[in-house]
Design a protein around this ligand. Structure first.
Ligand code: GLN
Length: 484
């Protein structure tokens, strides 16, 4: 096993025992990135010299055992602002944007001496489920290079799945952490809305966006969450709560837990092998002493419809700022400033982004507001209440993350509705603002990873991590590795 295949907790142990230095660790990642990234195209910007310098400094100042993430190399989704380092949101509109400030999460990781290896690919402005909407490149799934890694945080998922980073941060507005985690065979967590600051995140849909984690296992996920969660006065939606240690309850087992299963989940076009993985998980929970109960959720279709109205409405407003005046791309030839706006926005945005701006402005326009936006917000309330009822009956809910395993590159690009439907199981969670984790379970007959999702009530992170840790032990997915 190579150094860069280790989890964070294994790496920390090895660093402590002096098996290798931080510099050797970073060198091993750099070599691996140089070998593997040309095959999978995960990185938009590599910061390798900087990473090496940082590693040397950590070694010389003996900082590597001061805290859980010091010296640990990671990748950042390219919609998270890094001061002085280009941040593009994978859009031509921001092809040259160098943020003058840091995102809160990046600041927190810096203060722990974690080592940022680079910025990774995504769907433009986080709109998509395959990372094919990037203005710059298409990232490939390491398990089969002809398939998509999922999206929009495809680069983050691939960086971790192919051992090019010990962990990564991504963002999840409707599934963009959990779906690519599922398709790439890694662990992805979307925390409760407000638990992790969004300051410095390039906004897509502000009431749904949440920064979260990609990791090799559940324990690492808890360690990263410890580092990035916490109140931030710069984000008015940030929750002001006492600090928690998410590793505390991790290994408590599932004897006291009640796991909810949806009666009707198979009706959502779920691939047979995904159903089998669900059945295996249910049997495993029962054998570990958990109680398993059936619960009802009747609103998948409505959740998806409401999501695409709310997300597009918020996106159309958030993206109004890209006008070519203050920063980013500006069209070359124009006659006057109105013409400059038109041309800048026509040339700077990709087609999926334009589709969403049009849908969003339509849904918000007077005369249609009540029929679309207001209705969608009412559906949102119904869904929030539905989850409250579910979590009266169980501690956590187990569902597939994605109805199918990874699809072929190009397969859904000309059919936006098909693409939108890949978020059936993830979108309702963002609508309700609750936390959910995806963990890899098994491989399908094509050798592609199957992910399962564990959902909790508001601030139910400890419970979902506890349930996920136990299930991870059962599946032991890490015996499988992509063959690159
Ligand atoms: N795939 C969904 C969309 O395109 C979710 C994206 C996300 O979570 N950022 O809107």
């Amino acid at each position: 096993m190579s150094i860069n295949n280790l989890t964070i907790h294994e790496t920390k142990e090895a660093l402590k025992e002096g098996k290798f230095s931080t510099e050797e660790l970073v060198d091993s990642y750099i070599d691996h990135i140089e070998k593997i990234d040309p095959k999978v195209d995960a990185f938009l910007l590599k910061c390798l010299d900087r990473a090496k310098d940082q590693a040397k400094k950590i070694d010389s100042e003996k900082q590597n055992d001061t805290c859980s993430l010091s010296g640990i190399p990671y990748a950042l989704k390219d919609n998270i602002c890094t001061k002085g380092i280009k941040t593009t949101a994978a859009s031509k509109m921001l092809y040259n944007f160098i943020p003058p400030y840091n995102a809160d999460v990046y600041e927190r990781l810096n203060s722990m001496n974690s080592i940022m290896l680079g910025k990774v690919n995504m769907d433009e402005f986080a709109m998509g489920s395959s990372t094919e909407n990037s203005a710059f490149k298409v990232t490939k799934n390491p398990w089969d290079l002809s398939t998509v890694p999922g999206g929009s945080s495809g680069g983050s998922a691939v960086a971790v799945a192919s051992d090019m980073a010990a962990f990564a941060l991504g963002t999840d507005t409707g599934g963009s952490i959990r779906q690519p985690a599922s398709l790439c065979g890694v662990v992805g967590l979307k925390p409760t809305y407000g638990l992790v600051s969004r300051f410095g995140l390039i906004a897509f849909a502000s009431s749904l966006d949440q920064i979260g984690t990609f990791a090799k296992d559940v324990e690492d996920t808890a360690i990263i969450l410890n580092a990035i969660a916490g109140h931030d006065p710069k984000d008015s939606t940030s929750l002001d709560l006492p600090k928690k240690d998410y590793t505390d309850q991790l290994k408590n087992g599932t004897k006291e837990l009640t796991i909810g299963i949806l009666k009707n989940y198979k009706a959502e076009g779920v691939q047979e092998e995904v159903q089998t993985a669900m059945d295996d998980a249910i049997a495993a929970y029962k054998s570990m002493g958990a109680k398993v109960v059936e619960v009802d959720f009747r609103y998948f279709k409505q959740a998806l419809a409401a999501y695409y109205i709310i997300a597009c409405a918020e996106a159309s407003s958030n993206l109004a700022r890209y006008d070519g005046v203050r920063y980013g791309f500006r069209a070359k030839d124009y006659t006057d400033y109105i013409d400059m706006y038109y041309k800048t926005r026509s040339e700077g945005f990709g087609s999926e982004v334009k589709r969403r701006i049009m849908l969003g402005t339509y849904a918000l326009s007077s005369g249609y507001y009540d029929a679309y936006y207001k209705k969608a917000m009412q559906v949102r309330t119904v869904i929030i209440n539905e989850y409250k009822k579910i979590f009266d009956q169980c501690d956590v809910l187990l569902t597939p993350t994605s109805a199918t395993t990874a699809f072929k590159i190009g397969e859904k690009m000309n059919d936006p509705l098909q693409m939108y439907m890949s978020d059936t199981f993830t979108v309702p969670i963002n609508i309700a603002g609750i936390p959910a984790i995806s963990i890899p379970a098994e491989l399908d007959h094509k050798g592609l990873p199957i992910g399962l999702q564990i959902v909790g009530p508001v601030l139910g992170e400890e419970k979902i991590l506890q349930a996920a840790w136990a299930l991870e032990k059962h599946f032991d997915f890490r015996k499988n590795q992509p063959n690159l």
